[in-house]
Design a binder for this molecule. Structure first.
Ligand code: ATP
Length: 546
């Protein structure tokens, strides 16, 4: 263990004991908790016994830093799994993390800009607008055009802490696996490694800027989703400057209702924009926790989502989309046989998998879910079960699909929080059906031709030249071939006269090697003639030798 890991471990122990989190763990994990935390610093007492368990957990996660805060954020979106008080407390982790010193923030900004703040901004606000797990946000105006902007700056020295914490989590996962072998089902090590990559990627704001620009471009004309503008001139690895947006946080249901918001439409638009990102753009915002979503209006009847913090995005290829669309539609019709056949026929699971076994396994895990009315079923859960079953049948589930499944859980959580009767299947089905139709019908052929058209249009003027070049090459090669034939003929005549079969053998071999050298995939005839001739000579030589 490195020094920083040891320090962090001590800090984590201390926080767990001081907030009495060990007392809240399930009975089964109590011995592990005593061994890891209580034994070595037994004198620490729960100092917050007067607070509720939910508040204690929130405060502890907040004390522990970004890796744990992010975990809390993730949990907060699962209102379907958490008691209300826990969800509400954890939701506060979204943008109410204690700030770091604003003077330090200014220093970081000036060193990234290479100039003083006053050279670039007016009205820089020393009091942060928000302070989140990874970054702090200050408001200002651009000197050049007076635009209101926010400056997001990464918390200094956060990276070593994140690395130490994730390292510790990996160690803890290994201990957990040794002590509770059944935990292997949860694949804790893999989960931590996945999480580590995601959180480290978020430290690079250049990546976030590029993602935001792309998402903004995709939704530039949309009435349903707005993405703020980025100022690339001021983008650095640890700093980003973007348009300031105004809106109601999506988690503030009371404020949304007070505005008379059409909650059903708002929830449906959330699902629609997500499926548009997935099926139209193959590029989706994958960190849609409520702290990153706001709502703005033309009128309360026409609410629009605003998405910020595009640090984590997912991309999909055509095959991924086909997998999703076809499987979800098959589930929609409760056609488990179709799901199994799709997996086997498309080679998603290896060919030795028996379609009947696979169908039975899917039916076993999914049928109980589909006992509920469709409107209550979670897409995310269906996918979790599908992936878990597919893994058992040796399918490697692509990480981008897992990211999509996690995002779906977020979106569903948000949608149902806004409008509990939201029927996701009803909202999503047209997207899935349209996509499948577009990919399979005559429209698909037309689209493919349309897609290739610019290539052919570009190549058309070059066509006469290309034909001329090819013919010239062919003629030259033919001339070479004629010469080789003549030489070889003369040579064979000489060798035949001297009756030395082995010469024929070697000449045939040489000619076959020549065939390999002149082989050209665009014009195979020359090589083929040569090879046949070489083979003929070799055969003749062999007979002669016999
Ligand atoms: N363009 C903006 N306009 C107005 N407020 C913003 C803007 N960008 C960010 N904020 C505020 O700052 C908060 C934190 O921003 P952001 O989510 O980008 O930071 P973060 O550190 O990546 O947070 P997270 O913990 O979600 O990873 C937001 O919840 C929002 O309140």
């Amino acid at each position: 263990m490195t020094l920083i890991e040891l320090k962090r471990f001590y800090h984590i122990q201390k926080v767990i004991l001081e907030y009495g989190i060990d007392e809240l763990l399930p009975v089964k994990l109590q011995p592990l908790s005593v061994r890891l935390f209580r034994k070595s610093i037994f004198w620490l007492k729960n100092k917050h016994a007067d607070k509720s368990p939910a508040e204690r957990i929130k405060l502890a996660l907040q004390q522990l830093g970004p890796v744990f805060i992010k975990f809390g954020q993730m949990l907060s979106t699962r209102r379907d799994l958490l008691p209300q008080e826990f969800a509400e407390q954890l939701a506060m982790l979204q943008d109410q993390v204690p700030p770091f010193d604003s003077k330090l923030a200014m220093q970081e900004i000036e060193s990234a800009l290479g100039k003083s703040i006053d050279d670039v901004f007016d009205d820089f606000d020393m009091v942060p607008l928000a302070s989140a797990s990874i970054a702090q946000v200050h408001t200002a105006k651009l000197k050049s055009n007076g635009e209101e902007v926010v400056i997001k700056i990464i918390r200094p020295d956060i990276e070593p802490i994140i690395r130490a914490d994730t390292q510790l989590m990996k160690r803890l996962s290994k201990v957990l696996l040794k002590l509770v072998p059944e935990a292997a089902r949860l694949r804790p090590l893999e989960v931590v490694m996945d999480y580590e990559k995601t959180i480290l990627d978020e430290l690079n704001l250049e990546r976030e800027a590029a993602n935001t620009i792309q998402l903004r471009r995709n939704f530039l004309d949309s009435k349903e989703l707005y993405v703020p503008e980025i100022y690339p001139d001021f983008t650095h690895k640890n700093m980003i400057v973007m348009e300031r947006i105004y809106g109601i946080p999506v988690s503030d249901i009371a404020a949304l209702k007070a505005q008379g918001t059409n909650m059903k439409l708002l929830a449906e638009r959330g699902v629609e924009t997500f499926f548009t990102q997935v099926f139209r753009d193959s590029f989706f915002h994958a960190d849609m926790h409520p702290g990153n979503v706001f709502v703005s209006y033309e009128t309360p009847e026409d609410p629009r989502w605003i998405g910020i913090d595009c640090g984590i995005v997912g991309t999909l290829n055509r095959e991924d989309k086909r997998y999703l669309a076809e499987n979800l539609l098959a589930f929609f019709h409760r056609d488990y046989r179709k799901v199994a056949e799709l997996h086997v026929d498309s080679g998603w699971v290896p060919s030795y998998v028996d379609v009947n076994d696979f169908e039975f396994a899917i039916r076993t895990v999914c049928d109980p879910i589909f006992e509920k009315p469709l409107a209550e079923i979670s897409f995310g859960h269906v996918l979790v079960n599908l992936f878990a079953t597919a893994r058992k049948f040796d399918m490697t589930v692509q990480p981008q699909l897992v990211l999509l499944q996690k995002t779906l859980l977020y979106i569903e959580g948000l949608g149902r929080q806004l409008y509990p009767q939201l029927d996701l299947w009803d909202t999503a089905k047209p997207f899935l059906e349209r996509w499948v139709k577009e990919q399979m019908g005559p429209q698909a052929v037309f689209s493919a031709v349309k897609q290739r058209a610019p290539f052919w249009a570009e190549k058309l003027p070059e066509l006469p030249e290309l034909v001329f070049d090819t013919l010239t090459k062919a003629t030259k090669q033919q001339a070479k071939l004629d010469k080789l034939f003549t030489q070889a003929e003369q040579f064979t005549q000489n060798q035949a006269q001297s009756g030395k079969g082995r010469y024929l053998l070697s000449v045939g071999g040489v000619i076959m090697i020549c065939a390999a050298i002149v082989y050209n995939p665009d014009s195979t005839s020359l090589a083929f003639n040569l090879a046949s001739f070489g083979f003929g000579l070799t055969a003749l030589g062999w007979f002669k030798l016999k």
